[in-house]
Design a protein around this ligand. Sequence first.
Ligand SMILES: [Zn+2]
Length: 182
Amino acid sequence: MDMDENQKIPGEKIASIEEYLPGDNTFEDNDSIRATTIGEINLDSSERSASINRQTQITVPKVGDIIIGVVEANLPSMIAISIKFVNGRKVNSDLECICVTRHIRKKNIALAKDVVKAEIISHINGTIHATIDSPELGVLFTKCRKCFGTVVKMRDAVKCKDCGWIDDRKLSTEFGKSDFLE
Ligand SMILES: [Zn+2]
């Protein structure tokens, strides 16, 4: 996850009680001041207060949320997705989620730059995990791996309209139906 160092998430320690007083959107937990909301940390040394500024709030998808994003990295056992939409609403954060794909019996599950639909399944140690296993989840938009041409769905695979190359993907049942992206 590539988050700004100043961006804090709920529960994260932002300061210690010896140095600061708990300000807006924070709570005291033993010796720590922790964030109650997502936002930017604001350490005011004259007031000695530590608070979180909610104006810069970003949307972190919850378990069960449906996201649409762009594949940033395509690794042998997982894909990394840059999240662009959460439950149909555009988000302006650079949050990434990881989707384990090693159990999916396809050679090319999704390529880098493909648009995919995924469901958030967990947050573990600051990493957001998602799945594309259900039929409606998976690739919404892709291009030909050989010539970057336009592809059409052919049963479980895609076929390039330009060069005829047939390739597999973990396609969403909504492949080709989305009109949110060119
Ligand atoms: Zn092609």
